[in-house]
Design a protein around this ligand. Structure first.
Ligand SMILES: [Zn+2]
Length: 196
């Protein structure tokens, strides 16, 4: 009887170990990239993009919502930074509204733990505000089209770049389209064809 009990409990433990192992295997599978990478450049917004909080929550991940809509900050030196460093040449778009914001031309390695650029690619799509969240004035960088928080810009830190500015941007709220990606599909829309 005792033997049966021992046998069944060790079988039980073995079963549990298999389940644990299977779970670990599942978790070690390739992680979905945080920075969305698309082969196709998104169509550019033609005017301001406004949505309710509920609508934003539907189209953004919780982390994107926290950063874009609540001026949050992603973790420094995390998965996002690793992905960003590995990107080749290409263009970065706002995850909220698809507006073009930065390109790899202005990207540089500031080693600060967040994606860094020395200038926006489309200055018209970026706006600034002063925030005092840390008790002192910082220049906040926002997407001008959807009013989403992107990060901050710092000046005069002696980086060897054309502007000596560091746009310290949350990569979580960017979409990346590598060079060679196709242009927005102009003329190829879902709109019904005009009757002849
Ligand atoms: Zn935007």
């Amino acid at each position: 009887m005792k033997r049966i009990f021992l046998l069944s409990s060790s079988l039980c433990l073995a079963g549990f170990a298999v389940i644990l192992y299977a779970n670990a295997e599942e978790k070690s599978e390739v992680k979905k990239p945080v920075i969305e990478v698309s082969p196709t450049a998104p169509e550019q917004p033609t005017g301001p993009v406004e949505r309710t909080d509920e609508e934003w929550k539907k189209i953004l991940t919780p982390e994107q919502y926290r950063i874009l809509r609540e001026a949050g900050t992603e973790r420094a030196n995390g998965q996002v930074y690793e992905e960003f460093k590995k990107h080749g040449g290409g263009t970065y778009y706002c995850a909220g509204c698809n507006a073009e914001l930065f390109t790899s031309n202005e990207k540089f390695d500031s080693k600060c733990g967040w994606p860094s650029f020395y200038d926006p690619a489309k200055a018209k799509n970026v706006k600034y505000s002063t925030d005092f969240h840390l008790g002192y004035a910082r220049t906040e960088v926002l997407c001008k089209v959807c009013n989403g928080h992107l990060g901050h810009v710092f000046e005069g830190e002696n980086f060897d770049t054309p502007t000596d500015k560091r746009y310290c941007i949350n990569g979580t709220v960017l979409k990346f389209v590598p060079h060679g990606g196709s242009a927005p599909a102009a003329g190829k829309t879902d709109a019904p064809a005009k009757a002849k």
